[in-house]
Write a protein that binds this ligand. Sequence first.
Ligand code: HEC
Length: 160
Amino acid sequence: MARLIYFLIFVSGLVFIMNISKYEGEVSNDKFDFDKTAEANMKKKEEIEKLLAPKKEVKEKVKVVKAGPLVELSTPQLQSGHDLYKKCIVCHGKRGEGKAGQKAPAIGGQYEWYLNAQITNMQKGVRVNKVMMPYISRLSEQDISDLSAYISKLPYMGRK
Ligand code: HEC
């Protein structure tokens, strides 16, 4: 009798094992969350990409310092003198330092009264300066005063 019982248990066990592969119960993926996994993978990917990305060179900001006018144009007269002086730069230089090639003397920082007198004299023909005449012939008295004021303030410190 005992043998029969053992035999039956054995057979039913065998049948159970044989049928286990045909199990068609509900298959669930609850434990495996695809969305979460995908999200985590994306994060990892981003981190790796960050590490692999070539480091961007930090471009130094180059400050462009524009040189201001040589003379602080604090009055309308200095502003006007500055504007009129543009015509003179070709021979006398930006700082009034003169130009040997033009035989143009240094005039920056010269006394205002002296500059005024020379320009006025040249204009009237008292002092003859043919090369400069085209540049000064049409200047008004006010223009000459403005120019003289500006040139006298140019920071020219002597010939190099
Ligand atoms: C084409 C060149 C040229 C230009 C432009 C020019 N000059 Fe002259 N300037 C000269 C020369 C050359 C002399 C020297 C002349 C001489 O032999 O006396 C001179 C002399 C002077 C002098 C006398 C300096 C001194 O020590 O006696 C003054 C002031 C002067 N220039 C002002 C000006 C002004 C202001 C302007 C612009 C409106 C000007 N010049 C434009 C060539 C130039």
